[in-house]
Design a protein around this ligand. Sequence first.
Ligand SMILES: *Cc1c(COP(=O)(O)O)cnc(C)c1O
Length: 391
Amino acid sequence: MDPSTRVNHPPEVELAPDNRPLVGPIYQSVKFSFDDSVETERYLRGEREGFFYSRSSNPTLRQLERLLAELQGRTDCLLTGSGVAAIAACLLALCKAGDHVLLFAESYGPTRYLVQGLLGRYGVRHRLLSIDDLDGIERALAEQPTRLVVFESPTNPITKIADIGRISESARRHGALTVLDNTFAGFHNHGAQPVDVYLHSLTKYASGHGDVMGGAIIAEASVITGMRRDVTMLGPTLDPHAAFLIQRGMRTYFLRYERQCANALAVARFLAAHPRVRRVHYPGLADHPGHALAQRQMRDFGAVVSFDLDGGIAEGDRFANALRYFSISASIGSTESLVMPPRLLGGFRVAGPLAAAAAIEPGTVRLSIGVEDPRDLIEDLGGALDAAFAA
Ligand SMILES: *Cc1c(COP(=O)(O)O)cnc(C)c1O
């Protein structure tokens, strides 16, 4: 064998069945081969298990898919290169022209764009309601055959709690599928609810370190099987190296999430007692309108805390600029704390009659709480509030 051939056919290293790595390897290979073409064809016909081309599936992704599906209490999962790719692929795979989708003023901005803008161009109709309007949801479903109800809980950035049980039950009764973007609540929450499809941005709590993007569509295998071809053909698959990093992140998922929730509660309590804070939005506080519902349907309350400063853009800017441990940045769910001041929350506003439902005030600030020491975070927030209102 000539060296130029050899470098393209390197020696293989096979492990004996009783000799395993503790960490799954990164199958950084686009292609997989079977020993003969008959078996290859059997695979392509779905008659045997295996791997052939990484846009369709890859063992490193498969390990993470199985883990996430199990944590969410469902039987299958598809991974994508970002959370938005999971939302887009899911919507495109489940809708056709003429279908009707229920969407909410409190929904994630890109989700609203995908339903209203992109799906709208392809003839999918929608109705926008408030997630608090349970009677309106029931009425809309009764009035009009609906394909999907697409929602979130807690919502971004105000942390409203959707009544997942009632919404899902209404949807089922009227033949609509529910799609819950469960990114804020995480894989350990809401699995017992009768939700058809869960979406996650793995960029957030799953990877946890702010260094890799990914997304997941999780559902029963029968639902995923129906979507698999469309999703594969749209081509949003996750890279094996990113899947490996997210798998590594998942090892500390519960440790991080628990610490972040405990920190978030401490921060929320501190802010609620501060004279310059008009209102705190955190479902773990007893006076949050969704507290009792969150207690029933969640195991914890998440790590996003929003609040309304006693001021507007200028106070918000001074506050955010004075913080030492909270970086001004988008996203949530990483180990470090982040702040979005009022100036940067414009994208969460909605125009028209549902503007009030989004509940974004001139002084609304969103915090994503990390794993730092809570005393440092609280001292930092106190100092920045002083700086924001110094004469
Ligand atoms: C961040 C986020 C997404 C999008 O995820 P990306 O990985 O950034 O594409 C979707 N839904 C929610 C609720 C999010 O917070």
